[in-house]
Structures are given as structure tokens and as C-alpha cells.
Design a protein around this ligand. Structure first.
Ligand code: KG4
Ligand code: ZN
Length: 333
């Protein structure tokens, strides 16, 4: 398409409201409003999330536009998360995006949230070369995505039950830590011995994952340890966090490395909220270097949910003129 593309992107699939401005695929701003209301409940409460999105969306869009120095009349398209995610949350972002696009007479572009996590790799340099194998680990998904070229995404492995992020968050809950527990486990693990406790993971067919056995294993381990010593967690919390973290990191990486070896792929990456995990970031870099492969991790700000990743995905669709109709329904999964 001729001329510049100034794109507003909106992400509202779960509990963060985010808006970004991109000019020809370059991120000019990326603002995020986090929701604290869920902490007390130990997980995201859908009804509270959609209400908070309604409060946050306009200020966050204003912040993104002000920081980028862009006015409404400058916009060429609006990209939004079409799903998957919480229905009420998705509706706030998609209705806002469609309504604004309609009033400005510009196209709206629905984006798949999981595609966007992978596409976060294509925001900054160096960009992965194809074929590229990406492990997407978030609060709702765990997937191995194969990109043979810029326009194809094939899921070659996925979890049969919980996601890696849920494994972190549910472990944190068992340990009495607030939601979301993933980042807290990461912090506490810094002072722990990752080899002190052993937890087993399930070997699945192909490149699939299952986390339900691990979760039960951790529950029984803690019940047992606390029965023997009620003060166990006060002394051992950091070691338990480090050991659980190592178990999850080794498990998610094992299929990525095996699949890349099987398929002869030398460009590998991680994406999604759990890719913010420091142990996982270190481990993928180490494993890739050992094999003389290239590993990629998006900038920290583009790992957890953010609108810039929706923007870069929307921009590739804009170039292909893949616009969405006003009655586009949320993707279920
Ligand atoms: O991608 P994301 O922001 O939202 C979803 O699409 O689900 O991922 C959120 C997940 C949560 O489970 C959170 O605990 C986890 O990512 N997470 C982490 C870390 N930062 C975020 N897990 C482990 N270590 C971290 N540093
Ligand atoms: Zn996500």
C-alpha cells in the first residue's frame, strides 16, 4: 500500500489494557495499564477485568497517542485483539477499536493473540530467520509454533491441560503467594537451590505437554512436607521456588530443543508472559549457544501482554490488506 501506515493497536484479552502506536511497523509508543483488583482473589475475575478495561482504555489510548505525537486524524488503521481471551475483556477492546475505526473511516484489523506473541519477535532487530521455531508460554497457552515463512504459523505441539504460566501461578497459590505468582517465583528463586527438590513431569506424545501431574505432585509434596514440619515453607520457600522453576523451564525447553533437532531448525525463540522468566531466558540462550543455533527473546516489554505485538501483527495484515468486518466475532481459541 502506498504512503505511511500509522496504526493504533489495542490489547485487552485478559487483565491488562494496552495501547500502542506504530509507524510503518516501528513502535512509537506502547502503554500498559495493569489491573490490581484481582490480587485479592488469587486469579483474574472476568467481570472485574472488563469493568477495569472500560475505565482504562481511553486514558491508555490517549497516553499512547500523546507519547507518539499522533492525532486521531493521522491514523490509517486500528488493530485489536480479536481473541482468544476473556469475552467481556475482548469486547471492550474490540468495540472501542471498531467504533473508532468506523467513525474515522479507516479499516479495523482483528489479530489473534497467540500469533501476536510470536510476532513480538519481529518488532526489534535482530529478527529471526525462517524456518523459526517459537515456544509460546503464557498464562493461557503453551504451544510450539513453527513459522516456515513470514505468513505461516503451524502449531506442532501444545499442552493437553494447564499452561506453563498456570503451573507457575497455581504453584504460587499453593505456596501462599499472591496472583500472578510467576514473577514472584522468579524473584524468590534467585536465592534458592534449583537442584534441592525434584518434581516429575509427564512425557507426552510428539511435542505435546501436560502440567496436571506436576501440579498434583507439588500439592502432595507440600502436604507431606508441612505435615512433617509446619515451618517448612518459612525455611525452604526459595529452594522450592527454584526447584519448581527449574522443572518447568527444563520441561518446556525439552520439546523445543527436540523438535528443532528433528526438523533441522537453527532459529529458536520464546514468547508469551512466561518468556519474561529469567531462568528460561538464560537457559534458551545457553542451549542455543551450545548447538551453535540462534536464539531470540523479545524485549521484556513485549513478552507479557502488550499492544505493540498486536500492532506488528496488524501491520503485516495491513500490508496484505487483510481487514476485518465490523461484525468480526472474537476467536474462541
Ligand atoms: O502472556 P501473558 O502476559 O498473558 C496471557 O496471555 O496469559 O502471560 C501471563 C503469565 C502469567 O501466568 C504469569 O505468572 C507469567 O506469565 N509470568 C511469569 C513471569 N512473568 C510473567 N512466569 C514466570 N516468571 C516470570 N518472570
Ligand atoms: Zn498473552
Amino acid at each position: 500500500m502506498a504512503g505511511d501506515c500509522i496504526l493504533l493497536a489495542i490489547e485487552s484479552s485478559c487483565d491488562d489494557t494496552s495501547a500502542a502506536i506504530l509507524k510503518n511497523g516501528q513502535v512509537l509508543s506502547n502503554k500498559i495499564a495493569n489491573q490490581q483488583v484481582h490480587e485479592a482473589f488469587g486469579g483474574v475475575v472476568p467481570e472485574l477485568a472488563s469493568r477495569a478495561h472500560q475505565q482504562h482504555i481511553l486514558p491508555v489510548v490517549h497516553q499512547a497517542m500523546d507519547e507518539a505525537g499522533i492525532r486521531l486524524g493521522d491514523l490509517n488503521a486500528i488493530a485489536y485483539t480479536q481473541g482468544p481471551g476473556l469475552m467481556g475483556s475482548l469486547l471492550v477492546g474490540s468495540s472501542f477499536a471498531k467504533g473508532l475505526a468506523l467513525s474515522l473511516g479507516i479499516p479495523s484489523i482483528g489479530v489473534h493473540h497467540m500469533d501476536a506473541h510470536v510476532m513480538a519477535h519481529f518488532i526489534d532487530e535482530p529478527k529471526p530467520q525462517f524456518p523459526f521455531l517459537c515456544l509460546v508460554v503464557s498464562g493461557g497457552h503453551t504451544q510450539l509454533v513453527l513459522m516456515r515463512d513470514a505468513h505461516s504459523m503451524e502449531i506442532i505441539g501444545k499442552t493437553k491441560d494447564d499452561a506453563a504460566g498456570e503451573a507457575f501461578d497455581k504453584t504460587a497459590k499453593l505456596l501462599g503467594l499472591p496472583y500472578p505468582g510467576g514473577p514472584l517465583i522468579d524473584t524468590l528463586a534467585q536465592n534458592g537451590d534449583p537442584t534441592k527438590y525434584h518434581f516429575s513431569t509427564s512425557k507426552m506424545e510428539g511435542y505435546d505437554y501436560s502440567f496436571s501431574g506436576l501440579k498434583t505432585g507439588i500439592l502432595y509434596f507440600l502436604q507431606d512436607a508441612l505435615k512433617k514440619d509446619p515451618g517448612f515453607l518459612e525455611k525452604e520457600l526459595a529452594h522450592v521456588c527454584a526447584s519448581v522453576q527449574k522443572t518447568i523451564v527444563d520441561y518446556v525447553l525439552s520439546n523445543l530443543l527436540r523438535a528443532a533437532t528433528d526438523l533441522g531448525i537453527q532459529d529458536i525463540g520464546i514468547a508469551g508472559g512466561v518468556s519474561a522468566n529469567s531462568a528460561l531466558r538464560k537457559a534458551i540462550a545457553f542451549e542455543a549457544e551450545k548447538r551453535a543455533w540462534r536464539s531470540y527473546i523479545p524485549d521484556f516489554a513485549y513478552c507479557t501482554d502488550n499492544a505493540a505485538m498486536i500492532g506488528i501483527t496488524g501491520y503485516t495484515k495491513y500490508l496484505m490488506q487483510e481487514f476485518s468486518s465490523i461484525d468480526a466475532k472474537p476467536f474462541a481459541r
